[in-house]
Design a protein around this ligand. Structure first.
Ligand code: SAH
Length: 327
């Protein structure tokens, strides 16, 4: 729900100061609507239902993958497309992948979102409403900002949303913001009180290749980005997770694994290799190639895991969010 509008409406109605918090805490715990808020006066509930839409987003489509993953396409009030994903793991973990922008202005060559037209930054309420949608279905405990958009280009709203995630059951320690390496954002995140994890989409260990597949590297080159991550680690004492999407014949050679191990200090970084999810432009590395690449990193003392792919059959996996068929 639009929390500023809620506050204004309550103020105009002469409601006591605690009312906004009361309404929010119901919503954060997964209430289905205002009518469920039994300690809010019935007349006020009716008035809120009239004047403050329960969500800033409307559900346009929902897809269910065989592995339990759910992808939801929403529209904002002005018709912008936003997707978010609920991932269910066997150990009981429930992780939400949230979008920070409708579309993305960066044009990473392997990512479907980059090929879609950029819409705009989402507000904090629009970010929270993605999470609240799934919170109404079940308890959730992790959030990753790995959906559409570059969260560091919309950090005010992303952090404002993060402030409230613990009310939904997601602690800051279980929240991660992923970035292409937007240095001002990394430095700002290092200064916040919230112990949010940083993830870096690296994908190449040399500038020439990285610029070719991620044009943003021309603006923020590799060495500067890694330096910013080291500053983050020095300030927060938390490992930075490096995401590396495995593209056959592009970035998966033996020498490239050695080069990656060379630029990443194992005291600062841990690597997450991501099997490429088809978006048209590349071939993914084979499982054998991924394991071999991982073995090289580990031989060099760098911890590396392979990301479990979720929701590929409904195009809900990393890099596949593109709101097909909508604005
Ligand atoms: N803009 C931020 C947040 C999006 S995160 C960022 O790039 O970090 C989405 C993650 O999925 C990123 O690590 C991205 O590089 C990765 N990704 C993009 N396209 C992919 C694809 N086709 N297959 C697998 N991972 C992909």
């Amino acid at each position: 729900m639009d929390l500023e509008r809620l506050q204004r409406t309550l103020d105009d109605a002469g409601q006591p100061a605690f009312r906004a918090g009361q309404v929010w805490s119901w919503a954060a715990r997964g209430a289905a609507g205002y009518e469920a808020m039994t300690d809010v006066p019935a007349a006020l509930r009716a008035q809120l239902a009239e004047s403050v839409p329960f969500s800033t987003l409307t559900v346009v489509e929902e897809a269910h993958a065989r592995d339990g993953t759910v992808k939801t396409l929403f529209h904002t009030a002005d018709g912008r497309a936003v997707e978010a994903v609920l991932m269910r793991y066997r150990d009981g973990r429930r992780s939400l992948c949230l979008s920070s922008q409708s579309g993305c202005p960066l044009t990473c060559t392997f990512c479907a979102t980059g090929a879609m037209k950029f819409g705009r930054n989402l507000t904090a309420s629009e970010i929270l409403d993605q999470a609240l949608h799934f919170r109404r279905i079940e308890d959730v405990d992790h959030v990753v900002f790995m959906g559409m958009g570059e969260p560091m280009m919309n950090l005010d709203h992303v952090l404002a949303a993060c402030e409230r995630l613990p009310d939904l059951g997601v602690t800051h320690r279980r929240t991660a913001i992923s970035t292409v390496g937007w240095i001002p954002g990394i430095d700002r995140l290092a200064k916040t009180e919230m112990p949010i994890r940083l993830a870096l989409s690296l994908h190449a260990a040399d500038d020439a290749l990285r610029s070719q597949i991620m044009p943003v590297n021309d603006r923020y080159p590799l060495a500067d980005v890694l330096e910013a991550c080291r500053r983050f680690h020095a300030a927060k004492r938390r490992l930075v997770f490096v995401e590396y999407v495995m593209l056959a014949g592009v970035n998966d050679r033996y020498e490239q694994a050695v080069a990656l191990a060379k630029v990443l200090d194992p005291k600062v970084f841990k690597v997450n290799l991501i099997p490429y999810n088809p978006t048209g432009s590349y071939d993914g590395s084979s499982p054998d190639a991924i394991n071999a690449f991982r073995a090289v990193l580990e031989e060099h003392g760098l911890r590396a895991t392979v990301r479990l792919t979720r929701g590929r059959d409904i195009a809900a996996a990393c890099g596949q969010l593109a709101a097909a068929g909508s604005s």
